[in-house]
Design a protein around this ligand. Structure first.
Ligand code: SF4
Length: 273
């Protein structure tokens, strides 16, 4: 493992567990994606950019920009619909009831030889409870079982316990105080909610340590055996993996594809109001 790799995130860990070869190409060799050529990919990119813009709109609203002003810049059909869905949610109208709202909070902690980093869409802290919100602009609503096993669900909750004491009067949050909620802008009434327990926290942190050890000592990065992971993988041309997934796998393969094209929010420019 080259010394230049010092940070792990839920995305890099997800890549590693999905396909070590993809992890190698993306984070060790730092290869940019091959040129985007096909129409569906262009559509994916546009959708992804709108998704990132939506995140920024919500963030701006949470730091005090009035909804009416935001509505003016939610100016594509997708953005308009997502924003209206957001405003219509009773849960989000009452966010002010939380003692403290931390939009786009970043937490990090040492993990083996690495630093584990996570950027949260929103951490909402109430007296006895802390809620992690994550906005998803997916075109399909993944199953809860799929989401529950994602590295994001594991990393975000575990890291909040591990590195969130400064948000809780210098006492670590109890896992049982934590809930993570994925809210889907196109499925506003079907959020996915994940509570947390001490046993899950121990399991998650042990897994994260094991993965960081594996990554530290890795010298071989095998191609995944699960060829459905290749269906929308941008690196297919490096692996000669032109495959078709079965219909049953299609929906979640597409969700995975949307994540692969994620643009980091720090890459999005400021919005002029
Ligand atoms: S195409 Fe398949 S084997 Fe190659 S990096 Fe992508 S997921 Fe891995």
């Amino acid at each position: 493992m080259p010394n230049s790799l010092t940070t792990l995130s839920q995305s890099s860990l997800q890549d590693y567990v999905d396909c070590p070869r993809r992890f190698q190409l993306r984070y060790v060799d730092r290869l940019s994606y091959p040129a985007i050529e096909s129409e569906p990919t262009l559509e994916n990119e546009k959708h992804q950019q709108e998704g990132e813009y939506f995140h920024r709109l919500v963030q701006q609203h949470l730091i005090g920009i009035p909804a009416e002003q935001i509505s003016k810049v939610a100016n594509t059909p997708n953005l308009q619909r997502w924003w209206e869905n957001f405003l219509a949610q009773p849960d989000f109208r009452n966010l002010g009831d939380f003692g403290s709202l931390l939009p786009e909070a970043t937490l990090s902690a040492p993990l083996g030889k690495f630093r584990l980093l996570a950027k949260y869409d929103l951490i909402a802290i109430a007296k006895d409870k802390v809620t992690i919100y994550d906005w998803k602009t997916y075109r399909k609503r993944p199953r809860n079982e799929f989401l529950s096993a994602r590295m994001q669900t594991r990393v975000y909750r575990a890291l909040l316990v591990h590195a969130g004491a400064h948000l809780n009067h210098n006492a670590p949050f109890e896992p049982e105080q934590i809930e993570m909620i994925y809210w889907f802008s196109d499925f506003p009434n079907e959020p996915a909610r994940f509570a947390y327990t001490s046993a899950q926290y121990k399991r998650d942190w042990d897994l994260l340590l094991k993965l960081s050890d594996e990554i530290k000592s890795a010298s071989l990065y095998p191609l995944t055996d699960d060829r459905t992971k290749c269906l929308f993988c941008p690196y297919r041309s490096y692996c000669e993996r032109g495959v078709r997934a079965g219909d049953a796998d299609q929906a979640e393969a597409e969700v995975e594809a949307e994540e692969l094209f994620d643009v980091n929010f720090e890459q999005i420019g400021e919005i002029a109001f």
